[in-house]
Design a protein around this ligand. Structure first.
Ligand code: AHR
Length: 495
């Protein structure tokens, strides 16, 4: 079937919140330590302990918001262990992730510095699972209280005069699992209690995020919304793309057969159904869509690279991951009325990472490049798009071959992002740009693709997969003819 796309440049559907391009950095494996924090005495060039190469790379993709300190780690994290002189900080065991020693050298002050350097919003996840209401309340006071108070005084003694601005605060993580194995009814009550003491001090207004469902646990969303919707600003959702079975074998990040490419695409596309169904439940209690869906963990999860610590979740990243990222963004954009933030797991060296490091070396992954190509959609107006797509067929099953989303930025430039998820066939598309009046349009584009399903970058060959100028588009009278190669992500700019 011929693929046809109509982009209605004059029909806008609301803003694509830039926080959809958010990140997540946990005290897990080599994400924080080595990946971000090397310490002030390191031979790796750094700014007050934070490595400069990683900082520059992350600044380039305009990270809008960063979630920390976990994940599962958050519900065992006691923030008071991570402040004051580093040499005096408590050493603890990171029981969730590899049983390694956590020296607490990266704590609240270091995280807030990282956010300042990245010019992004901090999103802190508090400890409900093993922490007290007082501990959570005091953390917020420590960070945001301006006047004289025990916590504000302590912050000042530790070198930070002014309070920080903190907008996003999560009340626990995966409360149905590693965050306490709770029932939704119990967590809903705890959420109501804990959030009461997450105070707004001075002009600092906190956007409170309740711990949400795992995958398709619609009952969790129902119970949380019913019992606490008026006390939350956001409700989270976690969904990972795992080609195999979580416990029996997830599949390799690089050595995978064709059918695992197909199943990965199929499972990634499942995000659309999850958002639709959870959002429908939220609509019942929040028809005006005041409460944001916060998908604060998503991405691919494969088996760890052979020979690496199983608790460190280190995996390589191929053109398959680039497609997973692109198709997620197209889904998130098209649900921009409800999805206010997402955070890919995780930023460096863990799961579907942007960046991999080895000592002083750093490489950018195919996923990083998709974030770079798509950053033009941040805070742009979503455009109405109509599509008729052919199928991607494999072993008797079919998926839509192409996914698309489009937006218009403040300067009036239209960006259209397309993913051809088919691992074998190119896709030929006619794209009709409606609602553009005036001079002939000019189109340019960028493409990322690979010459094999597992094309990826290594420390020896860091630029095997990277974006290049896209030449497969021609334009005549606001009609574009596009040839998308197999396994490709393209972003077009129309002026
Ligand atoms: O991202 C890795 C882990 O996955 C997180 O710590 C947890 O929240 C989720 O189960």
């Amino acid at each position: 079937m011929k693929n046809n796309v109509i982009v209605n440049a004059d029909i806008t559907k609301g803003k694509i919140n830039k926080n959809i391009y958010g990140h997540f950095a946990e005290h897990l494996g080599r994400c924080i330590y080595e990946g971000i924090w090397v310490g002030e005495d390191s031979s790796i060039p750094n700014t007050k302990g934070i490595r400069n190469d990683v900082l520059a790379a992350l600044k380039n993709i305009k990270v809008p918001v960063l979630r920390w300190p976990g994940g599962c780690f958050a519900d065992e994290y006691h923030w008071k262990d991570g402040i004051g002189p580093r040499e005096n900080r408590k050493r603890m065991v990171n029981t969730h992730w590899g049983g390694v020693v956590e020296n607490n050298h990266f704590g609240t002050h270091e995280f807030m510095l990282l956010c300042e350097l990245l010019e992004c919003e901090p999103y802190i996840c508090g400890n409900v699972g093993s922490g007290t209401v007082q501990e959570m309340s005091e953390w917020v006071e420590y960070m945001t209280f301006e006047g004289e108070s025990p916590m504000a005084n302590w912050r000042q003694e530790n070198g930070r005069e002014e309070p920080w601005k903190l907008k996003y605060f999560g009340v626990g993580n995966e409360n149905w699992g590693c965050g306490g194995n709770m029932r939704p009814e119990y967590y809903a009550d705890l959420y109501r209690r804990y959030q009461t003491y997450v105070r707004n001090y001075g002009g600092n207004k906190i956007y409170k995020i309740a711990g949400g469902a795992n995958v398709d646990d619609y009952n969790w969303t129902e119970v949380l919304m019913k019992n606490a919707h008026w006390l939350m600003d956001g409700l989270s959702l976690h969904y990972y793309t795992i080609p195999g079975d979580f416990w029996l074998g997830k599949g390799s990040a690089i050595d995978f057969p064709e059918d695992e490419w197909f199943i990965t695409m199929k499972k990634a596309l499942h995000m659309d159904e999850l958002i639709t169904k959870h959002s429908t439940i939220m609509d019942k209690y929040d028809p005006d869509k005041r409460i944001g869906m916060i998908i604060d963990e998503w991405g691919t999860w494969f088996d760890v690279e052979p020979g690496t610590n199983p608790g460190f979740l280190y995996q390589q990243n191929t053109i398959r991951d680039a497609l997973v990222a692109g198709l997620h963004f197209n889904i998130f954009h098209n649900h921009a009325d409800r999805v206010q933030m997402t955070n890919i797991a995780q930023t460096v060296n863990v799961l579907q990472a942007m960046i991999l490091t080895e000592g002083e070396k750093m490489i950018l992954t195919p996923t990083y490049h998709v974030f770079d190509m798509y950053k033009v959609h941040q805070d742009a107006e979503l455009l109405a798009v109509d599509t008729t797509f052919g199928s991607y067929e494999y072993n008797g099953e079919t998926l839509p071959q192409v996914t698309v989303s489009a937006s218009k930025n403040a300067e009036g430039i239209i960006h259209i992002s397309l993913c051809n998820i088919d691992h074998q066939n190119e896709s030929v598309l006619d794209l009709d740009l409606r609602g553009i009046i005036g001079a002939e349009t000019k189109v340019s584009g960028t493409i990322i693709t690979g010459d094999s399903m597992n094309a990826h970058n290594t420390f020896e060959q860091p630029e095997v997969v990277k974006p290049v100028a896209f030449t497969g588009v021609s334009v005549e009278n606001n009609k574009l003819s596009i040839k998308l190669p197999a396994m490709s992500v393209v972003t077009l700019a129309v002026k």
